[in-house]
Design a protein around this ligand. Structure first.
Ligand SMILES: [Zn+2]
Length: 99
């Protein structure tokens, strides 16, 4: 009978954006600064912020459409509709498929 070496426990690190702890598989690293890890949710938030900045710098019909979606998203969050039962489930699902 052989004894298997104990597996190293999963490394848990904090997201540099929200501070929540995640395993390495749930973090995205920056290219030139691999010490910086951002969770997938924060990476999505950053991506949306980057697209917003690009839309502001280069106005276009698509940018105006995304701006409208951002305004609706902000209203939904401000009113807390995303946390209301089945409506919240539907809105969160829809949000995952919008830019
Ligand atoms: Zn985060």
């Amino acid at each position: 009978m052989t004894v298997q070496p104990e597996k190293a426990s999963a490394v848990v690190e904090s997201c540099w954006c929200c501070g929540t702890q995640y395993s390495e598989a749930e973090l995205v690293r920056l290219g030139q600064h691999p010490e910086v890890g951002v969770c997938l949710r924060c990476a999505r938030w950053l991506q949306r912020r980057a697209v917003q900045r690009l839309d502001e710098r280069h106005p276009s019909p698509g940018g105006r459409l995304r701006g409208g979606i951002r305004a609706i998203r902000a209203t939904v969050i401000r009113k807390g509709w995303h946390q209301r039962g089945q409506l919240g489930v539907l809105l969160r699902w829809l949000d995952r498929h919008l830019p």
